[in-house]
Design a protein around this ligand. Structure first.
Ligand code: GLA
Length: 331
């Protein structure tokens, strides 16, 4: 593939980093495009606990190492995703050899060991970490999501995780990452969580807004309000998992094989709006990462029970720039 266009990452040099989540297939397929247009990467799955630490005494860093090397060779930053999460974390963390639930102290030790081994291995290369992911509950009554971490350790598991991460690599910036981070109710809980943690002496440097959005939702004003709130808390903002589906949430169609006329224009205009907004907040936004590279592959198309083609990115399935690309780069 030859790359004719100006580099997106270069164009945004004085604004924020432009990132992409990768897997082995997309890296192989779009290596050149990634190196040209992006200056940050995230492992879509390959740095999650189930991949890096499948058994208590087994680590598998092979794929993660190859991403880190790719990032290094191409002068890209790398976001570490993620250390403590309720998903994609193997059961052995929570069980003893007989399959019984472990106690608080054992789980704390295992969590700390995981954080330490992973952060230490990449201490010079991975300087942004989603230390915890999605620990907040969506239902109104509770602040924290029910999880084995919460159940076994108690609500200080979050504090312990950040304090340990802080100790293991003082150079790394520590993030809290979540979806629906612009929705007022969830946003308030994120603010509450971070404020509580800071009162306990925890250093949280930034907030990750996942950004699984679509052509109309969330409303741009809602995004702006969230950016305002987080900026005022002196948090670095990373948009961590951006994808802009062509379907609004009530549109349940699953049969489209090609985008309808007008869909790509609508998406391009939406990208224009959100990137203009991001540029306004360049003092606070440090990186904007897409949760994929091209429309060839996105997790959204395989969402169990809702499989359909969603065409969410700036490059089409043949890795050609879409209308949205030109809107984002021409300003
Ligand atoms: C969340 C996680 C990501 C990814 C997506 C969808 O947003 O943070 O790592 O798993 O779900 O797969």
């Amino acid at each position: 593939m030859t790359i004719n266009e100006q580099s997106l990452a270069e164009k945004y040099e004085s604004y924020f980093k432009i990132g992409a989540a990768i897997n082995e297939e997309t890296l192989e397929r779009d290596r050149e495009l990634l190196a040209h247009h992006f200056n940050s990467i995230t492992a879509e799955n390959d740095m999650k606990p189930e991949i890096l630490h499948p058994e208590k005494d087994t680590f598998d860093f092979e794929v993660a190492d190859s991403y880190v090397n790719f990032a290094k060779e191409n002068n890209m930053a790398m976001r570490g995703h993620t250390l403590v999460w309720h998903n994609q974390t193997p059961d052995w963390f929570f069980e003893d050899a007989e399959g019984n639930t472990v106690g608080r102290e054992v789980l704390i030790e295992r969590m700390k060991d995981h954080i330490e081994k992973v952060m230490t291995r990449y201490k010079d290369e991975v300087l942004f970490w989603d230390v915890t992911n999605e620990v907040i509950e969506d239902h109104e009554e509770y602040l924290l999501r029910k999880s084995k971490w919460l159940e076994i350790i108690g609500d200080d598991f979050i504090e312990i995780a950040y304090k340990h991460a802080m100790k293991v690599n003082p150079k790394a910036k520590l993030f809290y990452n979540d979806y629906h981070a612009t929705k007022p109710a969830k946003r308030k809980k994120i603010v509450e969580l971070i404020t509580n943690l800071r009162e306990k002496g925890v250093r949280i440097d930034g907030v990750g807004l996942q950004g699984h959005w679509n052509v109309a939702e969330p409303a741009v004003e809602e995004i702006r309000e969230a950016l305002d709130v987080y900026s005022k808390m002196d948090l670095d903002i990373h948009i961590t998992e951006l994808d802009v589906s062509v379907f609004v949430s009530e549109d349940k169609r699953r049969d489209l094989k090609e985008p309808l006329p007008g869909m790509m224009e609508e998406q391009a205009n939406r990208y224009d709006t959100i990137f203009s907004l991001f540029r306004e907040y360049k003092e606070h936004i440090e990186s904007v990462t897409f949760w994929g590279v091209t429309d060839y592959y996105t997790w959204l198309d395989h969402f169990v029970g809702k499989e359909r083609t969603t065409w969410p990115f700036l490059f089409d399935a043949e890795s050609r720039p879409k209308k949205g690309f030109y809107k984002v780069i021409d300003f």
